[in-house]
Design a protein around this ligand. Sequence first.
Ligand SMILES: Cc1cc2nc3c(=O)[nH]c(=O)nc-3n(C[C@H](O)[C@H](O)[C@H](O)COP(=O)(O)O)c2cc1C
Length: 162
Amino acid sequence: MRIAVYHASKYGNGAKLAEELRKLMVEKGNEVEVHHVSDMSPRDVPPADLYVFGSPTHFGKAPGDMIRFLKKLSLPPGTRYAVIATFSAAMPDKRTGKMPAEDELERVRRTVPMIDEQLKAKGMIKVAEMRAFVNPDTMKGPLLDGWQEKVLMFVTQILERT
Ligand SMILES: Cc1cc2nc3c(=O)[nH]c(=O)nc-3n(C[C@H](O)[C@H](O)[C@H](O)COP(=O)(O)O)c2cc1C
């Protein structure tokens, strides 16, 4: 397969996940290119069997550079894609000490639905998604333990579905 990965990593965590994906996919005989969305015009994306979009979460959303890139992307309906989203890990409420419930977290983590909305409107077909988390003490990371296993599971899921 030919795989093109476009990410909007700010601090390098999403870029690290993309690089691990590239390594594993290349080991399995695939051809993979990885770019930051700011280094690539959405008009110039090459033909590929699968596009992977990697996005951090800023104020609950996929950042503007990611969404602008997706809006300008013109790929044929039926084109397959997968999503990597990164978030800060959840933290206990400062006052109550309680962890937020999953549905509360979903409401403030709009990254994946925002990306899906853009791509599904173009008739693109999603084959897999992965979510990874960075240390919540800073916005910068590092990625929480277990991220390599998540990328491996993501790769397995993609290969099963393509
Ligand atoms: C301005 C800003 C706002 C952020 N807002 C959120 C947020 O609302 N929810 C969240 O889970 N993480 C938030 N984060 C943390 C990012 O999710 C984290 O920096 C990112 O996933 C790390 O990936 P990257 O190194 O590829 O940029 C924010 C980070 C920045 C810089």
